[in-house]
Ligand binder design. Structure first.
Ligand SMILES: Cc1cc2nc3c(=O)[nH]c(=O)nc-3n(C[C@H](O)[C@H](O)[C@H](O)COP(=O)(O)O)c2cc1C
Length: 193
């Protein structure tokens, strides 16, 4: 699939199936390529990622479900449960982090840009997440972007300075595509020549 087809066809897919659409090495390659080549402000390169497959991926979402259930209390948990099951049934998850030590280093070096670095580091995350999301689409994986509370296991040895920003569960698409309203481009674009 070419780049523009991947941009056009990428969607948020919440119901996934545990099928290796491509070898796991290909997913790792996409994440490596994205980490190395997606731009960051001042070439700061504070973006970080963790890829989980199989049982580790399922442990992550089972744990996230427990946390969400506790947070919800006595309320109706069925919608959240269905969503989390959809992620858990997938093939893997990519976790996105920022290395806060790197960001702080830039903020100390350039205090006049302190607040900008907070904003740019979020933008850097979006760029990385999108490159990977479209990359997964290009090889036939469905995915979505999540922001759930979850625990990181000590044995994964994730550095303390890494702050988790988002999660991207992926797998084979297991739901029909939902309609999406697209605001007419004339309302969003001004061309000046
Ligand atoms: C910055 C950002 C944060 C998002 N957070 C979530 C999220 O926490 N959970 C979720 O299910 N979708 C999340 N989404 C997905 C959007 O809701 C989705 O991309 C949008 O509705 C358009 O639908 P599409 O992805 O199918 O094109 C997020 C998207 C972006 C860009």
């Amino acid at each position: 699939m070419n780049y523009f087809d991947a941009v056009k066809h990428r969607r948020s897919i919440h119901a996934l199936e545990d099928v290796a659409v491509v070898p796991d090495e290909k997913v790792i390659e996409i994440v490596e390529l994205a980490l190395n080549h997606t731009p960051t402000a001042f070439n700061g390169q504070e973006t970080r990622a963790v890829v989980l497959f199989g049982e580790k991926h399922r442990e992550l979402w089972n744990d996230a479900e427990k946390i969400a259930r506790e947070k919800q209390g006595d309320g109706d948990f069925s919608r959240t449960e269905e969503r989390i099951n959809g992620f858990c049934n997938g093939h893997g998850t990519i976790l996105f982090f920022q290395d806060t030590e790197v960001i702080q280093g830039f903020q100390e070096k350039m205090p006049h840009l302190h607040n900008e670095f907070d904003v740019w580091s979020q933008q850097n995350q979006g760029m990385l997440q999108y490159v990977i999301w479209a990359g997964l689409e290009a090889v036939g994986y469905a995915a979505s972007l999540q922001h759930m509370e979850m625990h990181l296991k000590p044995e994964w040895n994730i550095p303390k300075s890494w702050k988790m920003i988002a999660q991207m569960p992926f797998g084979k698409q297991a739901q029909p595509l939902k309609d999406k309203k697209i605001i007419p481009v004339e309302e969003k674009l001004i061309v000046i020549r």
